[in-house]
Design a protein around this ligand. Structure first.
Ligand code: NI
Ligand code: MN
Length: 224
């Protein structure tokens, strides 16, 4: 299973014919590794309704027919665009032909593109025999421990840029809570307020936990 970082919080998880696209903010993203029309996902997963996460989801879904999974209110609103949506809430999961995606809480604020309140989430994803947790935009909070209690996580994708999310120091604690052996940082260096030192984060993970941080340049991949 291939995990490709597309810049900011956008990733693809690829296993065989399945291409799972997460938080496809590409248009207007100064760190985007690809343009939206280069992607042909089979499924799109969204953590929350902020524009740097919904991004190009609707346009990609319209072009490819890929269903979009989003939390309930956001899924309902996106369905009005004429795309297929799946809208579980926290604790809810959905089985796809490639695996399972399940929503956990994230501590953050969020609104839909139309300005309605929206619950932000993290997503636990079972694909290709691996478990990946994309934490979305969250601060550090103790219930991240429950993610690991739901079953071992192989790869945790964590925001480290601070300002809107946890910073790289809190992300070391979050990594410990989740218990993954591999940590991929994201949501940093896209804009000035979230600039941070990802290599220092990787060193702190190495020195503090029995885990490894894999710092990916936009466009680079990690294979599990
Ligand atoms: Ni956000
Ligand atoms: Mn964000």
């Amino acid at each position: 299973m291939d995990i490709r970082f597309l810049g900011h919080a956008a990733f693809t998880l690829t296993e065989g014919d399945a291409v799972v696209l997460i938080d496809p903010f590409l248009t207007g993203n100064p760190k985007a590794a690809v343009s939206a029309d280069e992607l042909n996902p089979t499924t799109i997963l969204l953590t929350h309704g902020h524009p740097d996460h919904v991004g190009d989801a609707v346009a990609i879904a319209k072009r490819t027919g890929a269903p979009v999974m989003a939390t309930t209110e956001l899924a309902g609103e996106l369905a009005e665009e004429g795309i297929e949506t799946i809208g579980p809430n926290y604790g809810g999961s959905h089985s796809f032909d490639w695996g399972v995606a399940k929503y956990f809480p994230a501590w953050h604020d969020s609104s839909t593109p139309a300005g309605k309140a929206n619950h932000p989430a993290g997503i636990r994803i079972e694909i290709g025999g691996a478990v990946v947790y994309h934490a979305g935009d969250t601060c550090l909070f103790s219930d991240l421990q429950l993610v690991g209690r739901a079953g071992p996580v192989d790869v945790a994708i964590l925001p480290i840029g601070g300002h809107f999310t946890m910073d790289r120091h809190d992300a070391v604690v979050a990594a410990d809570f989740i218990g993954a052996k591999t940590i991929i940082p994201c949501h940093y260096d896209t804009f000035p307020p979230i600039e941070t030192d990802a290599n220092a984060f990787a060193t702190d993970i190495q020195n503090t936990l029995d885990a490894t941080a894999v710092v990916l340049e936009p466009g680079a991949s990690h294979t599990v």
